[in-house]
Design a protein around this ligand. Sequence first.
Ligand SMILES: C[S@@+](CC[C@H](N)C(=O)[O-])C[C@H]1O[C@@H](n2cnc3c(N)ncnc32)[C@H](O)[C@@H]1O
Length: 279
Amino acid sequence: MKREVANILKRLLPQRLTALRKNCGGRNRNTGLFSANLLQQGISTEQYLQIAGALIFRNGVRKSTHEGRNAPVISSILNRLNLSFRGPVKVLDIGASLGLDATGNLEAIEKHFPIVSYTLGDLYTELLYDPEQKLVFDQDENLLQILFYNHFVNLNFEFKYSFQRIVQCRNRKYTRRIARTYKKVKPIKTQIVKIPLIHPSVGANPKFSAERMDVFNPLKEQYDLIICMNLLQPRYFSGRMVQKGIDNLTSALRPGGALITGVTDRPRIFADGKEITLR
Ligand SMILES: C[S@@+](CC[C@H](N)C(=O)[O-])C[C@H]1O[C@@H](n2cnc3c(N)ncnc32)[C@H](O)[C@@H]1O
């Protein structure tokens, strides 16, 4: 028993120690991560991922993703799941972020079925940047980031562990003060620059189309395969909301279709109106 506890601690401790240093929002001294830097020409995919990874939205969800994150999982599930479709499949990847992960997912799915369409759905497909005021807003004009001389402030936070709230106490207090100061600020419409959140390499791929959609709102279309990875999880939403998202997505499945959701190392599969356990 003691050894089991020790093993668990050994596995957990480094993660928690890293979490101590992780930026959870609020003040960030690395101005290179201010999201308007996405507009710079010639930034590498790595920089793109880092800048987008520092973005935290009003619902506490991050844009974090990376290439090939879920493809091995999708591939392994499709190898074991006995799906058959009449024709080419219609795929929805929701919470697709920059779409970089979807490139690998598309390749994995194409090994099993021809694809007729691959939609990248996300609640946030672009940002609104006001260069005069150095402010970044989401598509609904909620202020997200403010650039100052030697730092920027993310008005939203995302905590994986509750102890992070305590560690970040001063940062939260500072951010609350800034949020109060900027409470009524809106983007100046004539000078707004739109920052697309789909990575240019993905946007240039004709196999993909991007659409703004909310995992909790009824979808306009039906799909054969829905992928929703690293969004409907307890880190971001209550159990009730996770279930609401799952119910919403399963109701958008065509007959014989499947939903793959959850987190990369704990995927969940829904088909034929029930959750499926693969051996
Ligand atoms: C952590 S990222 C996951 C990205 C990708 N699926 C992956 O696994 O690498 C979560 C994504 O969900 C999006 N998102 C947040 N709330 C959403 C909602 N209510 N409906 C749809 N997408 C949402 C965020 O903008 C972000 O791009």
